[in-house]
Design a protein around this ligand. Structure first.
Ligand code: FAD
Length: 455
């Protein structure tokens, strides 16, 4: 029929992109109905499993997401893996539009020999471990060596370095998992080197994260003055945020505050790319990394790292590669660009596929903070509604929406977790946290999450 049926939109993924897309759709129109399908029984994606435990203020966005989930025209279906439990085709049949917001669940490999040795981890797994991601529960990183090397110099790399060097008295008051806390308590890691393929002027982290490293108690910066030759002279031509960041690094090279009391060290190492992870005598465990020494071609943000032919070995018993996350294809029916590892799109409209949209990291690639993700999700929602207004997206035919999908799921033995059931998990986690003097103690097991949700 053509009589007023409400546009039914389904969102795949309950991270920031999913919630911000839903928020904009619900606010902009008073008739649109939004259902969010999320693989895990718990919502919020990387806000829960990525953002560092000592950055609680960043997690405040959860309050806004909760309001969205509780909106009368929004429903949350956790514990539903799209591509496995239900296909994108089935969702497209049941809804007027499907928005893919499933993030970037893979990681970029280093692509060098030895990367599978014991003691080598992706930042994704290491972060997932200390943040309670169920699939990383068994990681058990060996923290018994003196030196850790982190490859990559973005904010995730600095999160990892900071967690490795932070005082336990501080971490124990965060929502870091108790299991990670116990490992870190026994940790002998005293030195963390953060390695990048380009120079100080190309570093990818932001000033806040560098300042946090500088302010770590009983820890001193160990930089190589030679890495900063000519950098002071380049300052005047830099855009302001980069200038301030560079000034701060220059200061840490000169001043060595806290060095008297320092028992731990951290430092950047520049112009180095991984060549090979070096094994121990048994060929099982990492003992170091061989790095290519690079030189820069060009200058500024665009400068390229070129190998000089020289190499350098760094000893380490723990190696964490933080060179980027990567989206994975979700379903053979959805276009995927394997070069950029994103779903090809124009402003969020999936190319050549009517009724299909995308937002967040799967749309843009795995960079940018939550605010960036918010803006691009709003853009996708705007574009979708524009298509409704222009008739490009036909909403005149009534669609069964969640009724159809929950029927399918039931026939397949999949029971979704509703938002109020998540709130039971939430309360249980806060209760467990309170007993330990922390804001939350996460449930690490999917089966235990389900038990709590359905108790
Ligand atoms: P995600 O947050 O990854 O959400 C995707 C969701 O989709 C997940 O919940 C996932 O379970 C779900 N999903 C995946 N596959 C399926 C499927 N097949 N079916 C159903 N659901 C599925 N930003 C900041 O502003 N401040 C910070 O301090 C900060 N720290 C960060 C630390 C780390 C380690 C990382 C990796 C990122 C950090 N960010 C930070 C960036 C921020 O997390 C991202 O910008 C944002 O989370 C991207 O949102 P998204 O929704 O696209 O992806």
């Amino acid at each position: 029929s053509t009589c007023a049926s409400s546009p039914k939109v389904c969102i795949v993924g309950g991270g920031p992109a999913g919630f911000y897309t839903a928020q904009h759709l619900l606010r902009a129109r008073s008739d649109v109905v939004v259902d969010i399908y999320e693989r895990l029984p718990v919502p919020f994606g990387l806000v829960r499993f990525g953002v560092a435990p000592d950055h609680p203020e960043v997690k405040n966005v959860i309050n806004t997401f909760t309001q969205t989930a509780q909106h009368e025209r929004c429903s949350f279906y956790g514990n539903v893996s799209v591509g496995t439990d239900v296909s994108v085709e089935e969702l497209k049949k049941a809804y007027h539009a499907v928005v893919l917001s499933y993030g970037a669940e893979g990681n970029r490999p280093m692509g060098v020999p030895g990367e599978n040795l014991a003691g080598v981890f992706s930042a994704r797994d290491f972060v997932g471990w200390y943040n309670g991601l169920p699939s990383n529960k068994e990681l058990c990183p060996d923290l018994s060596s003196d030196t850790a090397v982190v490859l990559g110099q973005g904010n995730v790399a600095l999160d990892v370095a900071r967690i490795l060097l932070s005082p336990l008295d501080f971490l124990k008051k965060t929502d870091i998992t108790q299991q990670a806390l116990e490992s870190l308590r026994a940790s002998r890691v005293r030195r963390v080197l953060i390695v990048g393929r380009r120079g100080p002027l190309q570093i990818a982290c932001t000033i806040k994260e560098v300042r946090e490293m500088i302010n770590l108690p009983e820890t001193k910066a160990d930089m190589l003055p030679g890495d900063f030759e000519g950098i002071a002279e380049a300052l005047k031509d830099l855009p302001r945020p980069r200038k301030r960041l560079t000034e701060l690094m220059l200061k840490t090279v000169k001043v060595d505050e806290g060095s008297l009391k320092a028992i731990k060290q951290w430092g950047f190492r520049f112009l180095r790319s991984p060549v090979e992870v070096l094994p121990d005598a048994d060929g099982k465990k990492v003992t170091g990394i061989r790095l290519a020494v690079n030189t820069l071609e060009g200058s500024g943000e665009e400068a390229r790292a070129l190998p000089t032919g020289q190499t350098q070995d760094l000893e380490c018993g723990l190696l964490i590669s933080s060179i980027g996350y990567k989206s994975l294809p979700i379903d053979p029916s959805v276009p995927f660009n394997s070069r950029t590892s994103t779903v090809p799109n124009e402003m969020g409209r999936v190319s050549h596929t009517g009724g299909l949209y995308c937002s967040g990291w799967v749309k843009r690639g795995p960079t940018g903070v939550i605010a960036t993700t918010m803006n691009d999700s709003f853009e996708t929602a705007r574009v979708l509604l524009k298509d409704v207004d222009s008739g490009t997206l036909d909403v005149s035919v009534n669609k069964a929406g969640a009724q159809e999908i929950t029927g399918l799921l039931k026939s397949r033995g999949v029971r979704p977790v509703s938002f109020s059931e998540w709130e039971k998990i939430n309360s249980e986690e806060m209760r467990r946290g309170e007993a330990l003097g922390k804001p939350r103690e996460k449930v690490l097991d999917v089966s235990e999450m389900l038990e709590v949700a359905w108790s």
